[in-house]
Write a protein that binds this ligand. Structure first.
Ligand code: NAD
Ligand code: UDP
Length: 313
């Protein structure tokens, strides 16, 4: 049994991680400021004596004794991270400094939830970890992209300078149950729109691509990465390499829900990456991992979740 701190544990990915680590017999402490997360995601865990929930903002220091830290706190949807860009940078950068300082002091191992956004609008396809990316340092997405890039730098330097045991994973677009209905990311938007019979909003012409990973595959890879030998720090890409255009995604959602919703086209926002797909050779080699759940199956599970959610609203 390990004592594990999860920042952002009330969010979409964090709540799945809390549940899995508890089920595996660990003690879990969840820190969240509920900016985009919700108590609803973890309320079923509150009766578990090995689960603790703390309202805290990681831009401020926090002291606690744990073995592992998973640093997930940060809004991930473009709509939400652009709402207060300065706060997004503070969460990524000051949050990383605070959590790395804690890890250093208590000699905990710490994993950073980085992102495929560090590759910006990539010119190399698919993206391997050694690619430095094509990010606009002053654009709309820069609060998130550069915040996460700076956090990676902080992680590497705490490891080199202070021997902190670190792991960096670069997560590619992930979806699944417990995404907030108003999250604003494409999978939840399309499903909620389809289920409500509202127009399905494609930004741009819909030819831009993403590679969608179901959340259970990510959780397995995150936990495997944490257990790798101390000399492996990453970064390591974690994603599903099957690539789809937004038009294909919309069509899958229309087929699976049987909706009568029609597609409408809206303007594409600045710096929206045209293509994104992970090279997961390193994850296959180091973690002996590859995603198991393909888009149709994952979408069906997610649609089932939202069907229940929307009835309960
Ligand atoms: P999410 O928005 O559902 O979860 C983020 C959680 O962090 C929320 O519960 C939010 O309230 C909390 N939070 C935000 N700022 C905080 C702060 N200052 N202090 C404490 N808590 C704070 O998003 P998610 O999809 O679950 O993403 C989790 C992590 O994974 C993020 O770091 C994100 O950058 C990373 N990531 C996610 C994806 C994806 O596709 N879901 C892709 C790449 C990276
Ligand atoms: N998108 C869309 N309609 C929506 C929401 C998003 O067409 O209602 C597009 C968005 O422009 C982007 C892709 O879907 O090209 C993925 O967007 P998301 O916000 O999910 O994540 P990103 O990978 O851009 O961070």
């Amino acid at each position: 049994m390990k004592r594990i701190l999860i920042t952002g544990g009330a969010g979409f990915i964090g709540s799945h991680l809390c549940e899995k680590l508890l089920n595996d017999g660990n003690e879990v402490i969840c820190i969240d400021n509920y900016f985009t997360g919700s108590k609803k995601n973890i309320v079923h865990l509150l009766d578990n004596p090995y689960f603790e929930l703390i309202r805290h903002d990681i831009a401020h220091p926090y002291f606690i004794e744990v073995d592992y830290i998973y640093n997930l706190a940060c809004p991930a949807s473009p709509v939400h991270y652009q709402y207060n860009p300065i706060k997004t940078i503070k969460t990524s950068v000051m949050g990383a400094i605070n959590m790395l300082g804690l890890a250093k002091r208590i000699k905990a191992k710490i994993l950073q939830a980085s992102t495929s956004e560090v590759y910006g609008d990539p010119l190399l396809h698919p993206q391997p970890e050694h690619y430095w990316g094509n990010a606009n340092p002053i654009g709309l997405r820069s609060c998130y992209d550069e915040g996460k890039r700076c956090a990676e730098s902080l992680f590497m330097n705490y490891q080199k300078q202070n021997n902190v045991k670190i792991k960096i994973i670069r997560i590619f677009n992930t979806y699944g149950p417990k995404m907030h209905p108003n999250d604003g990311r494409v999978v939840s938007n399309f499903i909620v729109q389809a289920l409500k019979g509202e127009p399905i909003t494609i930004f741009g012409d819909g030819t831009q691509t993403r590679s969608f990973q179901y959340v259970d595959d990510l959780i397995t890879a995150m936990m495997k990465t944490m257990e790798t030998a101390d000399d492996f720090v990453g970064p390591i890409n974690i994603g599903n390499p099957n690539e789809f255009s937004m038009l294909q995604l919309a069509q899958e959602v229309i087929d699976l829900t049987g909706t009568k919703s029609k597609i409408v086209y809206k303007p594409l926002s600045a710096d929206d990456p045209l293509q994104r797909c992970p090279d997961i050779s390193l994850a296959k080699k180091i973690l002996d991992w590859q995603p198991k759940i393909e888009l149709r199956e994952g979408l069906s599970k997610t649609i089932e979740y939202f069907e229940k959610e929307l009835i309960n609203v």
